[in-house]
Structures are given as C-alpha cells and as structure tokens.
Write a new protein. Structure first.
Length: 210
C-alpha cells in the first residue's frame, strides 16, 4: 500500500505542533511504502494566467516559458503523487483561520475537472477519487470546536469539504490538537494527549496494512 504524507509546515517541531504531529505519525507508521510531499520544499508556483497560457500553448504545440513549464511540471507532479497513493495524510496547521498558502497551491493543482471530479450529462459534479482514503492531522492554538468559534474555522472544514465532498476521498481518521496557545497552563497536557492520538492513528493504519 502506498501512503502519501503531505507535510504543510516548515517550522521546526520544537515550535510547531503540526510539525510534531507529522514526526509522530511518521515514527509510528509501519508496513507501507511512504512518501512525503513537503509543500514548502517543492517548487510550486501559484496558479494564475500563466498556467492557462501554458494549457493553450500545449494544445497548440507551442514552446512554454520557464514559468509555464515549471507550473505544468509542478501540477503534474502533485497529480501523479495523488494517483500513486492509496492513502493521503495531510499534516497542517491553522494559520489565520485557514490553511498555509503552499497547501492551498497543492489543492489547487489537484482540483481539476477530469482528475479529481467531473461533470455528468446533467451538469452535476461526480467524485473521481473515491478509491483514496485520507487522514487529517491538524493543530490550532485557539479553541475552534466551540460553537461560537466553529464557523470561523476554515482549515479542517475546507480540507474535509474538498477531500471528501468534492473529490470523494474517504476520511478514515482525524486528529486535531487545539487550545495549547489559548490555555498555556494546560499546553503540555493538551499536546501530549493529542500526540498519543496521532500515534494511535498511525498504529491503526499500520494494522490495516498488514
């Protein structure tokens, strides 16, 4: 079984909880072919007119600019990584109520009609990645599970809506560590409990691979 782990935080583990979640998950995962896709380390230009220019040139057999070629290559690499994966694990923080920009670029690369979804003859969206499973690992310093704050949370909600709702991936596990910045006196206990849940998620997935 092929597992793709999308790492979306380049801060050191000593400072970033989602980086520690990634490290913990990787350390406790066994029995699989595991690949890490570090969105902060990859060459991932933003999607814009340059990409659409590149599509047009490709259809006409014209030469691409350096930026256009980088965009096409980066987009294809992301799609190839998803295609090869049976399970995709996303480890990411909540930054300013949403996901980090490089993770958004990764999602933009694979959010393509004909690849992750399509439209049927009635114009209805059809999910195309229903053979994939997903695991969500997220850290957020505030408390967003509270009813009054939940509508503001646009990281996990966004990822679940896209991965499960649009792409059709089966979200098989979700671990969220929250409140460690809001409640510093309890931070160590919050993080420790959360990392144990990450270990459990990795162990459970490993057992499914046997």
């Amino acid at each position: 079984m092929n597992i793709l782990v999308v790492k979306a935080n380049n801060r050191p583990s000593a400072e970033a909880i989602s980086s520690r979640m990634y490290d913990t998950f990787m350390a406790n995962l066994e029995g699989a072919n595991v690949t890490t896709y570090d969105v902060f380390a990859e060459d991932m230009p933003f999607i814009g007119q340059d990409l659409f220019n590149a599509f047009g040139k490709l259809s006409e057999g014209l030469e691409l600019t350096e930026l256009e070629a980088r965009l096409i290559a980066a987009k294809q690499k992301a799609m190839d990584a998803i295609t090869a994966a049976d399970v995709v694990v996303f480890a990411f923080p909540l930054w300013n109520l949403t996901i980090p920009a490089p993770l958004q670029v990764f999602i933009d690369y694979i959010y393509q009609a004909g690849f992750s979804f399509k439209y049927d003859e009635n114009g209805q969206a059809v999910q195309l990645l229903t053979d994939k499973k997903a695991v969500i690992l997220n850290a957020r310093g505030g408390i967003y599970s509270a009813p009054e704050a939940a509508p503001m949370e646009m990281a996990v909600n966004y990822m679940k809506n896209v991965l499960g709702g649009v792409f059709g991936m089966q979200i098989v596990d979700e671990v969220i560590i929250e409140g460690h910045n809001a409640m510093p006196a309890q931070a160590d206990a919050i993080v420790a409990e959360g990392l144990e849940k990450v270990k459990a998620a990795a162990t459970k997935l490993s057992k499914q691979l046997v």
